[in-house]
Design a protein around this ligand. Structure first.
Ligand SMILES: Cc1cc2nc3c(=O)[nH]c(=O)nc-3n(C[C@H](O)[C@H](O)[C@H](O)COP(=O)(O)OP(=O)(O)OC[C@H]3O[C@@H](n4cnc5c(N)ncnc54)[C@H](O)[C@@H]3O)c2cc1C
Length: 425
């Protein structure tokens, strides 16, 4: 019986190796790092949000790119079945708010230990420090015949008729995912969709974000527009950083409209008080101003805004400019209606000077990858070459945060394994 080669010992590759070995297949995982699952270890801030206990519709809603491609893979291994499988393999799990599933211990290391332990017990061969450099194709260009890999500075050939590529995308390259699978695909003449970082923070121009660095805003509404057209408008939490903005709301926006940033003229605004109408805000502000007419405006408005945001807001409204010393201590009694209206306008539409996306070093996933048109969704097999399979993030598939990206890795792995096993029956 010939060995099946899996290129990449990340989430998808490890999982596929276990399923194949359970079915009695001989499997070798070639992993370029010194150990498997480096990225899995840092997932979910070290807690590994390994799936989302959702329905198929909820899952497909959370998949940003090519959700329909995943219909069949999801049914092959839905989250409930994955959780059951992990429990069966000895991992205690729990489901938290937003249906996010974690190991009960909150330790990603436990997920890794379970997978590595199972691979070892089932006799999966793991060759670490082995970087695959080429996929070898038969002379008639019809099927896979092996892979070329480099180990200890030496080139080796691993002959096999079944290769599963599970090399991941381009994000967090320090974990080993540097896009090798995309290079293989291109060399083989397969279409690869342009890649960009996703679930990634935004860079902003100027100094305002740096001034508010560390400030987290809960329940705000981020709106992205092109002219008058609203491209994105959602509620959530965001965080100011020394370079721009981050946080769940920004990551979601990066996944949904990130491709347009830097290419099209967009406006980004934050409603700092989405639950309160302008009229109510005005009433509140007027109350504070009238309460203490001799107080400095910056002190009187303190109950309405976080302390690091207020000076920025006043500066944007034209108060407290360094060159105008008299404005610095503008008293409440001297606040004009125009200034009050400007402050309210900024509160409901605080402008973010977004200039671009941060890089792959900070991106949770890659958008783009091997075109799903090259792959049969029922088998994960490459349509052009017999015996070649692609699974996980190397494919042009990505989802929002919440455990969905790992579910893509597990489900596509299960789908490929089922196809390989059924072929051999
Ligand atoms: C910081 C961070 C946190 C995340 N948190 C979550 C989360 O909580 N929940 C969630 O669902 N998703 C999360 N993700 C996304 C998730 O980790 C990925 O989508 C998932 O790991 C993809 O699995 P994969 O097996 O396709 O690729 P990877 O896990 O990236 O594995 C690819 C493997 O292939 C190896 N490799 C690459 N090229 C070669 C080569 N030429 N030869 C040999 N080996 C090679 C790499 O070294 C690597 O080990 C997170 C991502 C990051 C960066």
């Amino acid at each position: 019986m010939e060995r099946i080669v899996i290129v990449g010992g990340g989430a998808a590759g490890m999982f596929a190796s276990i399923l194949l070995a359970e079915a009695g297949r001989k499997v070798t995982v070639l992993e370029r790092n010194e150990k498997t699952g480096k990225k899995l270890y840092i997932t979910g801030k070290g807690r590994c949000n390994f799936t989302n206990a959702c329905t198929r519709d909820e899952f497909l809603e959370a998949v940003v790119t090519n959700p329909r491609f995943l219909y069949s893979a999801f049914d092959r291994l839905p989250p409930a079945e994955l959780i059951e499988t992990f429990e069966k393999w000895g991992l205690k799990t729990k489901v938290e708010r937003g249906r996010r599933a974690f190991p009960a211990s909150d330790k990603s290391a436990d997920v890794l230990d379970m997978l590595r332990g199972r691979m070892k017990r089932l006799g999966v061969e793991v060759i670490t420090g082995a970087r695959v450099t080429e996929i070898l194709i038969s002379g008639d260009m019809h099927s896979v015949v092996g892979v070329h890999y480099e180990i200890d500075g030496k080139q080796r050939i691993f002959p096999t008729n079944t290769v599963i590529i599970a090399t991941g995308g381009l994000s967090y390259p320090s974990t080993g995912s540097t896009g090798d699978g995309l290079t293989f695909a291109k060399k083989l003449g397969l279409a690869v969709k342009d890649c960009r970082p996703s679930l990634v923070p935004f860079d902003c121009a100027g100094d305002i974000c740096r001034q508010m660095s560390g400030l987290a805003l809960k329940n705000v509404e981020l709106t992205v527009k092109k002219g008058k057209k609203v491209l994105f408008s959602e509620f959530g939490e965001m965080l100011f950083t020394h370079f721009g903005v981050s946080g769940p709301l920004v990551l979601t926006a990066s996944a949904k409209i990130g491709g347009k940033i830097g290419k099209e003229e967009l406006s980004f605004t934050v409603d700092l008080k989405p639950a309160v109408s302008v009229e109510e805000l005005d009433q509140r502000m007027r109350g504070l101003l009238e309460e203490s007419p001799t107080k400095a405006l910056k002190n009187a408005l303190a109950p309405m805004y976080p302390s690091s945001l207020l000076p920025v807001l006043l500066e944007l409204a034209g108060v407290d400019r360094k060159e105008n010393e008299t404005d610095r201590d503008l008293r409440c009694a001297d606040v004009t209606r125009g200034l009050r209206e400007e402050l309210l306008r900024l509160t409901k539409a605080f402008p973010l000077p977004v200039t671009g996306l941060r890089g792959y070093e900070e991106a949770v996933v890659t958008q783009g990858g091997v075109s799903v048109k090259e792959i049969d969704p029922k088998t994960m097999a490459c349509k052009k070459y017999e015996g070649l399979y692609f699974i996980g993030e190397v494919l042009d598939l990505d989802a929002l945060t919440g455990g969905y990206n790992l579910q893509i890795a597990w489900s596509t792995a299960a789908q490929a394994v089922a196809a390989i096993l059924s072929q051999e029956e």
